[in-house]
Design a protein around this ligand. Structure first.
Ligand code: 3UK
Length: 524
């Protein structure tokens, strides 16, 4: 089990051991234009921590909004907030003023560090908020000077006069250091609070036991640092072992492959849909150094796992994580992988499947996934806490079944279960089969209201570029499903579309598809 001292600042643990003459010159963060050694990262973090204390007058416990894409300055700002004993509130780069306003009000935020490239939206928030008083902008490249036409002082110029030494604020292991907001597909976004200890605990669980990370690993991937998947995978995990991380912005499946080749990445983190598209292009890139590829955020279809393995020879590491749990808690790698299952519970965590009344279900029965471990859900002032945590178990909102060997098999988000003519149908199970059809690039299956059956299984399908929709194709896809799984699960309706609505974290927005489906039905 994990043991941390009572007084603990996670940044002194993460960076402290790299602050030695023989280690300081190792590369911590790389981009196409920059290469930051640990020495430079530590110096920048320390200078920013001084700016927080001296220029912004922030005392420990203050919440600081963070806005920026994945780049070294954004990483340094995040670490500096933690080192100064303040609370980081990272926000997804694509959020607009309206959404940011909700977060600023909810978390009562008065100070922000923001990338100059996201200024317009931020100014709007500042003008319309009674909470937010101080915003300091940074240039992303780490260059000093003014941040554009407004002539205000940039973070980089404030840093210049500061010492590159800073003693970490002496926080408690159980002081809150991070408030991460969920994307909130329905309702108000929820702030999840995490301790200094929690940030180390995630480093000492999944990457240790499943990835066996080492100091010569090179990390790369798509999730924003503002998403705990990215914060862990692309910043905390590499720092914990003194490895290096590649931070790139606006990645596409193609540029991610290029990045893996260019930087000799060994570990990659992204969502299933990226791997699916990368599998098609992989042959044109040199991926010889790539060893471990982690898929999370959404269920990994078996056909995507297979396409990736065929293209690269790599066995995909699926893992389920959640903002509430901070990172991944069920996963498997290498020979432990069972295709179709997410994996086994990670050492340190416990998991089981519960029925509606909270009784533990035996192997093979579908129910609600429940998890317990060193990290867990603590919502910021939200009555929905009681829905997520019951009797000490975290209920993630996913339907799962466990087999006799302790493997967990994903069924669906509990709210996404389709009930049609009395049958329970898991959308992802139907998606799996539709995706096996050679003409299909992407697919999402939802239930739409139907007078006769209650809900009608409806597949939204994106075809591969050279394919044309036709009644024959619809029939082929329907027959494929009927021939492969229980026939009542087949999609009675198939809608072709050019893309699927997704969140910034790569999740299909099934609620939007239901809205689109409803709107269409009311027109005809
Ligand atoms: C779903 C998965 C099936 C599942 C996350 C890794 O996704 C992350 O956090 P979110 O708060 O969403 C949590 C929900 O997403 N999910 C995630 N991974 C899988 N479903 N298979 C998977 N492998 O519904 C879960 O409840 O956005 C992922 C690390 C950190 C994270 N925050």
């Amino acid at each position: 089990q994990l043991h941390y001292p009572e007084r603990l600042n996670c940044v002194s643990e993460l960076l402290g051991k790299m602050d030695q003459p023989e280690l300081r010159d190792r590369v911590a963060i790389r981009t196409y234009t920059e290469s930051w050694t640990y020495a430079r990262l530590i110096a920048s973090v320390n200078q920013i921590a001084h700016v927080l204390q001296q220029d912004m007058q922030l005392v420990p416990g203050k919440r600081v909004l963070l806005r920026g894409a994945n780049n070294p300055m954004m990483a340094a700002c995040t670490l500096a907030v933690l080192k100064a004993g303040c609370i980081a509130v990272p926000t997804m780069p694509l959020l607009r003023a309206k959404e940011l306003g909700v977060i600023v009000a909810k978390a009562e935020i008065s100070a922000a560090l923001c990338s100059a490239s996201l200024r317009d939206e931020m100014v709007f928030v500042e003008e319309n908020s009674s909470h937010l008083k101080q915003v300091i902008y940074f240039n992303e490249t780490g260059e000093t000077g003014e941040t554009g036409e407004t002539g205000e002082t940039s973070l980089e110029s404030l840093m210049q006069s500061k010492s590159i030494e800073f003693a970490a604020v002496d926080t408690l292991a159980e002081d809150i250091c991070l408030i991460s907001f969920t994307s909130g597909t329905t309702g108000m976004p929820k702030g999840t609070m995490h301790f200094h200890r929690d940030l180390l605990a995630i480093c000492d669980c999944f990457p240790r036991s499943v990835l066996a990370t080492q100091s010569d690993d090179v990390f790369i991937g798509t999730p924003p640092l503002a998403f705990t998947f990215g914060l862990g995978g692309l910043l905390l995990f590499p720092l914990r072992v003194g490895a290096s991380t590649v931070l790139l912005e606006k990645l596409t499946p193609e540029t991610l492959l290029k990045g893996i080749a260019d930087f000799g990445a060994t570990i990659c983190f992204t969502a299933p849909t990226f791997y699916r598209q990368m599998a098609v292009l992989a042959k044109s890139f040199d991926l010889t150094r790539l060893q471990k590829t982690v898929s999370a955020g959404e269920a990994l279809p078996v056909s995507t796992r297979e396409a990736w393995q065929q293209a690269t020879g790599l066995v995909m590491i699926d893992g389920i994580g959640a903002t509430e749990m901070l990172h991944i808690f069920i996963s498997a790698a290498g020979e432990q992988v069972r295709s179709g299952a997410t994996g086994k519970v990670i050492p340190g965590y416990q998991a089981c499947v519960l029925d509606e009344t909270g009784n533990v279900l035996g192997p093979g029965l579908v129910g609600r996934l429940a998890v317990k471990g060193p990290t867990g859900c603590r919502y910021l002032a939200d009555t929905r806490q009681a829905n997520y945590v019951c009797n000490g178990w975290n209920l993630t909102g996913d339907s799962y079944q466990m087999d006799v060997d302790g493997y967990f098999w994903y069924r669906a988000r509990s709210d996404d279960m389709i009930i049609s003519a009395g049958y329970n149908i898991a959308g992802p199970e139907v998606e799996e089969i539709v995706l096996m059809h050679a003409a299909v690039a992407e697919c999402a299956v939802v239930g739409l209201p139907d007078e006769e059956r209650g809900q009608k299984v409806t597949a939204f399908v994106v075809l591969k570029p050279d394919q044309i929709a036709s009644p024959e194709l619809i029939k082929q896809i329907q027959d494929l499903v009927k021939d492969t799984i229980a026939p009542y699960k087949y999609p009675r309706a198939i809608e072709f579309c050019s893309s699927l609505p997704r969140t910034e974290t790569g999740k299909i927005q099934r609620f939007k598809l239901r809205q689109i489906g409803l709107a269409k039905a009311s027109i005809v």
